[in-house]
Design a protein around this ligand. Sequence first.
Ligand code: SAM
Length: 272
Amino acid sequence: MALDIKQGPRAKKSLGQNFLQDKNTANRIVDALKIEADDHVIEIGPGPGALTHLIHDRKPAWFTILEKDNHWAHEHKRQPPAGDPELQVVLTDALLFPWENLTSDKPWKVIGNLPYNVASPLMWDILSKATGLKRAVFMIQKEVGDRIVAAPSSKQYGALSVWLQSFCKPKREFIVPPGVFIPRPKVDSAVLSFVPIPVEERDFDPAALSWLLKVTFQQRRKQLQKILKGCIASGIDDALEKAGVVGTARPETLTTRQFQLLADALKSCPKK
Ligand code: SAM
């Protein structure tokens, strides 16, 4: 059973607190994580625990929750779910968590109904840094979910699409309407699952890709050659050719692979 939200403080907007009240939806979210007996599960932002007890019921080998709100972290410490696994409660900002420590020595799974104000940077970090991740499931604003699964040349396609699709295969599982939360958000939410691409198949430089995405999508209406001329001193034409990209193309038309190839090719070019 989740903790009683009526016994807690008012939901904090600054922490993106919209608490899920529908058990059927909560069960579907937890089902999407496909928990197995040897899994090491981390839940981000449990709040009163709509997902927490359902995760615990599925008996992973190890279960930790990361919560920034002192009240809810304390309440979970005071009233942990009975039985194994023992619930580890960490009062922290998930943005500061060392996700790179989730290495392949353990089967890691991460889940969360993410606070909308930090969802994108959190997913950006977790999915690129946690090399031992087996699967992740996040509930986020539907509009952010649309951006994550977007294809090239669509309005939603951007840095977040290219970045996350470079590290994993995202899939939209289902849509959740505002009426199942207290307080009620203004927009629909979406639940997405993420299956990481095996590390040995990732043949690109993340730092170079991150740099290129930031530079190009800040000026997504401009032609690539014009954007690059503003920050690269020489070698642009060769790099574009290596990546199989024409200079007059706009960033939003490039595939994920073309971005990775162009980022690698530009690495040796002197920056301005
Ligand atoms: N899991 C609960 C549910 O589904 O009802 C709560 C979800 S609510 C959308 C987001 C939760 O994340 C809140 O409990 C909030 O306190 C917590 N939170 C907000 N920012 C956080 C951060 N940076 N690190 C960890 N938890 C955070």
